[in-house]
Design a protein around this ligand. Structure first.
Ligand code: PHE
Length: 389
């Protein structure tokens, strides 16, 4: 009898405890003790280096905010999910962050295709979403030209990046003809191919070959042989480091010595590992920032990052840090953790000092920011020029 009573008691207490635990996690967003922000990152898979770098940048920004007393007196609780570098997994990750973890804002994946796969869910739940790195224009503006109310970013967009590299080809490389080699599995790559082509033609250039590959392809030699046969002045390869590394290596093996041009997707040390330092010489790509830039704000960020992680921040880390600053700034100005109010405040982001400059969002939720061109020299990135919008 007594035993029964005891087990009833423990069951009751257990249930109560469990109940309060559940209430603790799922309780109303506004009155919870911390501020839950979700992070949806490529922690494993094809673009895992990107995801981890960007995550480091966000973590540093949130750590600084928490150390300074938090935001609205509350600590940021950054809950991170792995999207495995796949759009379908990115959709799962954002669903979990919003419906189970009850985050008040979500940091979107790194690569454009993965970001695009999450937009509808953020919109349906009316949770603001910010990508630090996704540069495809469709992330913030839909196919009908309408601004997506809940989508924001802290990086420039691909029409700018594509134009920069087209101008670089025409002016600096004196190119009259170009080949474009596209990653057909990526919205980022397909968009950039188009923007580069438009700008290169506007400059009086001619695109003499357009070829495609898919992520995880290994052998590019037959296509590269085709490209070689039309004898272009440059090859534009807007893609990510894993495949670009192999393409660069195999093109040099085939005796292709012309300049190879790319975009921010080249920005990872792994590219040197895969391609080899010598093959990357005569390789140039557009990027968001360079740690060699002497701008004092950039140097301040580089020093803080080095202190935390013992290495130079990549562009992704800088963008992640900037994105973190944007979120902190928006919640502070909103004076509330209500997602709708955070959204409204994000839209008003103005003159915010971030690592890569002073950030103001335009009416399409995109920052107006400068870009840099990087040259690969014996396996090292060398800062070539800075281009203002
Ligand atoms: N811009 C890339 C995309 O949209 C992601 C990226 C950003 C990669 C910055 C490297 C550096 O897919």
């Amino acid at each position: 009898m007594r035993k029964k009573w005891l087990s009833f008691l423990s069951l009751a207490v257990g249930t109560m405890l469990l109940g309060s635990l559940i209430a603790g996690c799922g309780g109303t967003k506004a009155d919870s003790k911390d501020i839950k922000i979700g992070g949806n990152f490529e922690l494993t898979g094809n673009t895992a280096n990107f995801g981890n770098q960007t995550l480091n940048g966000f973590k540093l920004a949130f750590k600084e905010a928490n150390a300074a007393g938090g935001v609205l007196g509350k600590q940021i609780n950054f809950i991170v999910a792995d999207n495995k570098s796949e759009p379908s997994e990115a959709t799962n990750a954002i669903t979990k962050l919003i419906t189970q973890d009850k985050v008040v804002a979500v940091i979107a994946p790194v690569t454009s295709s993965n970001v695009l796969a999450t937009l509808q869910i953020a919109q349906d739940h009316k949770i603001p979403l910010l990508t630090a790195t996704g540069t495809n224009p469709k992330i913030t503006v839909d196919d009908n030209g309408k601004v997506r109310p809940y989508a924001f970013r802290s990086c420039f967009i691909d029409p700018f990046q594509g134009t920069i590299m087209a101008n670089f080809a025409t002016k600096s490389m004196k190119a009259k003809t170009a080949a474009i080699y596209i990653d057909n599995s990526s919205d980022y790559s397909k968009g950039l191919a188009k923007f580069f082509e438009e700008a290169f033609i506007a400059n009086g250039g001619q695109v003499v070959a357009k070829e495609a590959f898919l992520q995880k392809d290994q052998d590019f030699k037959s296509t590269l042989t085709k490209i070689k046969s039309v004898n272009p002045d440059v090859i534009f390869i807007p893609a990510y480091y894993e495949e670009v590394g192999k393409i660069v290596k195999q093109s040099r093996e085939l005796g292709i010595t012309i300049p190879l041009l790319g975009t921010d997707g080249w920005d990872d040390p792994k590219i040197v590992e895969v391609a080899g330092a010598a093959s990357l010489n005569n390789g140039f790509f557009s990027n968001h920032y360079s740690p060699q830039d002497t701008d004092p704000n950039i140097q301040k960020f580089v020093a803080a990052y080095k202190q935390e992680y013992g290495q130079n921040p990549s562009a992704l880390a800088a963008l992640g840090y900037d994105g973190g600053k944007m979120i902190v700034d928006a919640i502070t100005r909103a004076g509330s953790t209500d997602p709708a109010k955070i959204r409204d405040a994000l839209e008003q982001t103005k003159n915010l000092q971030v690592s890569t400059g002073i950030l103001t969002l335009d009416s399409n939720h995109n920052p107006v920011k400068s870009a840099v061109v990087i040259e690969m020299k014996d396996g090292k990135q060398s800062f070539k020029e800075k281009i203002n919008p």
